[in-house]
Design a protein around this ligand. Structure first.
Ligand code: DAH
Length: 332
């Protein structure tokens, strides 16, 4: 009987190792170690044996039971793992598929314009700088010569951040505070452009967004004149838009420049695009940043980039820049 048990166990172990599915394993388990299985059959036959034989047969049955259970368990683990692997394989998402088939995604139009403008100015010998979008009153207003009661500090234009003293921290309303930061950390000569995101507390419509983009330019050197500024703006316009474009300056007012002007770009068809503001850096601003206005002079300008990008691509509603509609996105 002991031999029979060993043969049965050896056979069951071999079949367990060769089992191809979990169902096969379950069937084998029932057939050999289950309540009505072959080993149980031997157990029932033990009753007719004498005590000594019964002990030996009992030991052989126990050993066979463990051996077969081990083999079943090991094979079950293998099949489980293989099953998991093949399920993972089946459920795998091929995220490269879209890219291989066609061009998926692109740089946002405004980011494209920023990159191009940076290239243009770097080509003219400028550096690129950035500043924080959450600003303090000093950089966004005070250092730029905004009087304490200047209307631009009004709640209607400025998003205030609930931090520090009331009104002390704002979302920057323009990129001009980066001028202050650049002047505070380096001595002249300065030839720097500063692109970035700015915030105004305004309702969005076709020509206004509460979050938009500007490019600031600052030059501080000895003997800088209004002529240098006009020439730089014209040169950059031709480099960026093409030879058919020109610029004009209209007198204007900004607290941080004196004199100040608005810049318009003339398109080849004769129409005008309002680009932004410019002027000679106010002596108070230079002094606020620790630069001697008797020795140094400078010019600055700040352009809105969203309208520029929109004009270039025939976009008539700035809110389309925030669209997630593929029909809009796929066009560019
Ligand atoms: N910061 C101004 C604005 O957002 C634009 C501007 C005007 C920037 C004149 C300048 C400047 O650098 O010189 O309306």
């Amino acid at each position: 009987m002991i031999d029979e048990i060993r043969v049965l166990a050896g056979d069951a172990v071999a079949r367990a190792r060769a089992a191809g599915t979990l169902d096969d394993l379950r069937a084998l388990e029932a057939e050999v170690v289950g309540k009505k299985g072959a080993l149980a059959g031997f157990k029932r036959r033990m009753g007719s044996l004498d005590p000594d034989q019964r002990r030996h047969v009992g030991q052989a049955l126990n050993a066979a039971q463990w051996e077969v259970a081990d083999a079943l368990g090991a094979r079950r683990d293998e099949l489980d793992q293989a099953g998991r692997r093949s399920r993972l394989e089946r459920e795998r998402l091929d995220l490269t598929e879209v890219r291989a088939g066609r061009d998926a995604g692109h740089i946002h139009l405004v980011a494209q314009v920023i990159e191009e403008l940076e290239d243009t100015f770097v080509g003219l010998g400028f550096r690129v700088a950035e500043g924080p979008e959450v600003e303090d009153d000093w950089h966004n207003f005070s250092a730029l010569n905004f009087g304490e009661h200047h209307p631009a500090r009004d709640m209607q234009d400025t998003f205030f951040v609930d931090l520090g003293a009331p009104g002390e921290v704002v979302l920057r309303t323009h990129t001009s505070p980066v001028q202050v930061r650049v002047m505070e950390c380096q001595p002249p000569p300065i030839y720097t452009v500063m692109p970035g995101r700015v915030y105004r507390n305004e309702a969005a419509d076709a020509t206004h967004l509460a979050v938009f983009h500007q490019l600031e330019c600052l030059v501080v050197d000895r003997g800088i004149t209004f002529g240098h500024m006009a020439g730089t703006i014209d040169m950059f316009t031709k480099a960026f838009f093409g030879e058919g474009f020109s610029t004009r300056l209209r007198p204007s007012y900004f607290p941080f420049t004196e004199p100040s002007a608005e810049v318009d770009v003339r398109r080849p068809d004769g129409s005008w695009l309002e680009l932004g503001g410019c002027g000679m850096v106010h002596p108070n601003v230079l002094a606020n940043c620790g630069i001697d206005p008797e020795e140094w002079s400078g010019f600055a300008f700040g352009f809105g980039l969203d309208r520029l990008a929109a004009t270039r691509h025939g976009i008539t509603d700035l809110r389309d820049f925030l669209s997630t509609d593929v029909r809009v996105l796929e066009q560019f």
